[in-house]
Ligand binder design. Sequence first.
Ligand code: PMP
Length: 323
Amino acid sequence: MAEGHETSAFPRYLWWNGKRTPWAEATTHVTVIGWSSVSAIFEGIMAYWNHDEQELFVFRLDAHLRRFLRSQKMVRMTQDYTAAQLTDAITDLLQANDAREDTYIMPLAFIGGGGGFRRLTATDPAPTDITITARPSSSHLLKREWKHACVSSWTRIPDNVMPPRIKNLSNYRNSQLASAEASINGYDTAILLNTAGKVAEGPGACLLMVRDGILYTPGVTDSILESITRESIITLARDLGIEVVERPVDRTELYIADEVFFCGTAAEITPIVSVDRYPVGDGEQGPITSRLEGAFHDIVRGKDRRYAHWVTPAAAAVGVPAD
Ligand code: PMP
């Protein structure tokens, strides 16, 4: 590794099994990695820098940690840290890294120990390793980054095979297959249908659609991740007086929709301007999408104090605590 590379490319610290750890010291044996990935569950959380207030706001931290603990529960992993402990860990990490820009926070829990596939048994609880990383990741909100989507030939994994409700690393093979196919065929992204042939979600985002002024989105039992952004957008839209209906969505509805967009922690709000080369609406970002995007932008940066309960100040401006 080139001299100085660590400091420019990586933050100073990550969090590993209860301790803030210098990035370069967080090493493990190579054989652990592949096996652990099979079992790994994780979260993706965005923190947004508010320049005027010189503050970093973590979006829906409570909801993300609740989902993290629920993912652990569903895979029968031991829950060694509470949401309060993980909140402290994340705040400490952001401060120690002097995070003063938009940041992607990733808590990851996996069955450690190495040695191949581990069977979870009642008598031999497997050791759980947890890491939390926080790395710069800039927002694309309000940047008018639109996408052309295809409906994938891959089917979204169903709950009784590989539950999308669990934020499991392994689930992303299904997403990667769809994304790669889309890209090779000249599209920016994919929309996956579920085993019932209804719209499920994107490779890393949920889908919302506008028809005649009403916002529709597949329900939480339609083979989707229970997205925190989706839930936030539903609440926000209703607060803005926009009717929202959660129901199965047909593929052909996408072809006649006025607006379609993805939402998610990394996707934020991503307008889809064509599906299978059918233009969505007039082929540009639509007015309801724009309204939601503007409002969402102000909320995540902590500018709209009506939603102050959705953002956790990470007190980044306080400075770097001692080791
Ligand atoms: N679906 C999938 C498959 C995802 O990976 C994500 C990103 N976490 C989402 C939906 C959006 O979820 P959230 O809004 O909680 O980030």
